[in-house]
Design a protein around this ligand. Structure first.
Ligand code: PLP
Length: 405
């Protein structure tokens, strides 16, 4: 039968306080107790169903966390104020002074900057490797290694991690495998393939409206409870908790995620195929030419497709900029960072979301000046979009005009 993440979300049943079809929003930062002893017991973590203070948790946050845990098939989840608000406490909960991580070298620029520039202050070291080479990952593991960190589909190069292979390594060396699944919600379920923790930036596809920040860490009850500990939990003490009003709105948007992902994937597959046929250098996991196409295929929940992210190489930064400006002018999308919106979003990662990565290292990992990252939108008429994009590519010299016979 396979794993059915959208069914798992749909099968949850909630009611509001007055029989509403949506759960009531917990519009409170603090909660009363009838008896002082219950408050004490709640602090100690010994009461179920009691709420203390919304930085710890709130009913609305638990509802959203439950839906995300159902989607990823983990015991539970903890929602946070942003994707980085999930990534940083996950790393800091697991790694302390003297510890080491092995990380993919192509990851979101903010995560890269955190591991490269920030955690060394706490004497936490990271080896950045080509995550698609399992032998390179294994060779980087040291005595002090605690974690393997990667993105299922990496930002911005769309490299695909072999999660089963990485999980085997993690098991062999008793490490935690942490996977950021922001680019491939529903399509890939990393926890089903052996990941210990699955992270999302909810800011992207899962919310899908580009109107809020959000994040989540999905994992075992033991790990999530440790994160929320009032004594030494990184999430609780670093304070990146989500606000209840936001979690209520993300939960409502999440119910249409399966429909949106199918459309994002369908449109991206169509455009990637056409761009490649036209001779534009195109990277999309759904193309047979993608080096990890078969691995993606072997891991995916097929009905959701290969996702909404693709890249093209426009040849130079000048051409990339001209193309993006023209496409925005023609209302084909927005020149903006982020992803998962109903409109197509495009940016040149080398000068935006990955600018934290030094130029030399960008070159080494194949991040070229002319690279444009597209988050393909929900366009109803993708054939029309393609025809217009092609005209833009011809106008700025990314494509040559076809000679009509
Ligand atoms: N992970 C990935 C793959 C991302 O692309 C981003 C943001 O672009 C993040 C994490 C960080 O998420 P947020 O911006 O919600 O903190």
């Amino acid at each position: 039968m396979g794993f059915k993440p959208a069914n798992n979300i749909q099968d949850l049943q909630y009611f509001g306080e007055f029989g509403g079809v949506n759960p009531s929003i917990s519009d409170s930062s603090t909660y009363t107790f009838l008896e002082a002893k219950t408050m004490f017991d709640t602090f100690e973590g010994n009461t179920d169903g009691c709420y203390l203070y919304s930085r710890h948790t709130s009913p609305s946050n638990l509802y959203l966390g439950e839906a995300l845990a159902a989607m990823e098939g983990t015991e539970t989840a903890n929602v946070t104020a942003s994707g980085m608000g999930a990534i940083t406490p996950t790393i800091m909960q697991v790694c302390g002074a003297g510890d080491h991580l092995v990380s993919s070298r192509t990851i979101y620029g903010g995560t890269y900057a955190f591991l490269k520039n920030f955690t060394p202050r706490m004497n936490i070291a990271t080896s950045f490797v080509d995550i698609t080479k399992l032998d390179a990952v294994e060779a980087a593991i040291q005595e002090s290694t605690k974690m393997i960190y990667c993105e299922t589909v990496s930002n911005p190069l769309l490299e695909v991690a072999d999660i089963k292979g990485l999980a085997k390594l993690a098991k062999k060396y008793n490490l935690m495998l942490v996977v950021d699944n922001t680019f491939s919600p529903l399509s890939i379920s990393p926890a089903q393939l052996g990941a210990d923790i699955v992270i999302h930036s909810l800011t992207k596809f899962i919310n899908g409206s580009s109107d809020t920040m959000g994040g989540v860490m999905c994992g075992s009850a033991e790990f999530i409870n440790a994160q929320k500990s009032v004594i030494d939990g990184a999430s609780m003490l670093l304070g990146s908790s989500m606000d209840s009003l936001r979690s209520a709105s993300i939960l409502k948007n999440m119910r249409t995620l399966h429909i949106r992902m199918k459309q994002h994937s369908k449109n991206a597959m169509y455009l990637a195929t056409k761009f490649e046929e036209d001779g534009v250098k195109t990277v999309y996991p759904g193309l047979a030419s993608h080096p990890s196409h078969e691995i993606f295929k072997s891991m995916m929940n097929a009905e959701y497709g290969y996702g909404g992210m693709l890249t093209i190489d426009a040849g130079s930064l000048e051409k990339a900029n001209a193309l993006m400006e023209l496409m925005q002018d023609k209302n084909l999308g927005y020149l903006a960072v982020s992803l998962g919106f109903y409109k197509t979003l495009f940016s040149a990662p080398g000068t935006s979301t990955s600018s934290e990565i030094p130029e030399e290292e960008q070159k080494e990992m194949g991040l070229t000046d002319g690279l444009i990252r597209f988050s393909i939108g929900l366009d109803n008429d993708i054939e029309r979009t393609y025809a217009m994009m092609k005209q833009c590519m011809i106008a700025v010299g990314v494509l040559k005009e076809e000679l009509s016979l």
